[in-house]
Design a protein around this ligand. Sequence first.
Ligand SMILES: CCCCCCCC/C=C\C/C=C/C(=O)SCCNC(=O)CCNC(=O)[C@H](O)C(C)(C)COP(=O)(O)OP(=O)(O)OC[C@H]1O[C@@H](n2cnc3c(N)ncnc32)[C@H](O)[C@@H]1OP(=O)(O)O
Length: 295
Amino acid sequence: MATLWTRGIQVCRALPRLCTAPSVQRRTSVRLMSTEKDNLLVDVDSKTGVATMQMNRPPVNSLNLEFLTSISIALEKLENEKCRGLILTSDVPKIFCAGLDILEMYQPDVERLQVFWRSLQDVWLRLYGSKMATIAAINGHSPAGGCLLATCCDYRIMAPNYTIGLNETQLGIVAPFWFRDTMCGVIGHRETEHALTLGIMYSTEEALNIKLVDKVVPQDKVIPAAQEKMKQYLKIPEVARQLSKDLMRRETVEKLRLRREDDVAAFKNFAVRESVQKSLGMYLEMLKKKSQQKK
Ligand SMILES: CCCCCCCC/C=C\C/C=C/C(=O)SCCNC(=O)CCNC(=O)[C@H](O)C(C)(C)COP(=O)(O)OP(=O)(O)OC[C@H]1O[C@@H](n2cnc3c(N)ncnc32)[C@H](O)[C@@H]1OP(=O)(O)O
């Protein structure tokens, strides 16, 4: 197993220039490092060309601007390195990804808010449109943006007793069209409408029933099962597999590509609404209370 070490990603607070290009050193092992500790661990198996990306931003892998930027840069590097497969998983116990960092949207700096949204678009375009075979090894809860990351992948394997879904309406917000399209591509129009309007968080077992996830295995088997499934993808002639994926996804990708700035504006205008800010504030308060009760 070789590891990709990518050093020197500097995420600047200064906008709009977010980061300097990371310098990659090819050695036996390469690790993707970010300014926020080692919040993204990427190992590449040099024999198979399969990368394992572990999200590691405790407590819940929430996606803030810096974390999204790290993920986006890592995806770009893996694509450039011609990696053939990607297993996306978490290093945080019991959490795959809690979705967007709500603090980015609550009482936001409007300039940063827009950069934040573009960075999420970047991650989506890179992951959903990836040439690599991608498998989500969902080893924890996966609400909203976490579910988005998982549904961007080609295949999903999940451990029991967790939850997954696009719960945005429960926060008083709306999943944008490309979240919807991604989910539609996995579970179809009717189930997506049901899921989005009610903001349903499915248990692992329910997710399997509606085919939101493809396979359920015990917690300690999630990554081995992903590695096993990856072998099947890698046996297919590369170009045929990539073109087939492109055929299925190109229109959806292009839709966002063509509307990126409109989408940023729609998000910004929506997020700064007083009613939305009130809902987010109440939701954060509820999360805080719940978290304090545990302590
Ligand atoms: C007209 C249309 C125009 C377009 C408009 C588009 C608008 C669309 C905008 C955005 C789309 C949004 C996508 C999202 O992803 S929103 C995020 C949704 N996420 C959630 O609802 C998850 C909330 N969290 C949880 O449910 C739980 O935390 C958990 C199940 C993930 C983990 O539970 P547990 O292990 O019990 O941990 P705690 O709940 O105790 O949490 C620990 C700690 O972390 C904080 N926290 C949790 N989640 C988030 C988060 N997403 N962002 C920020 N912070 C989070 C939590 O508050 C605790 O903090 P502490 O009190 O300081 O300890």
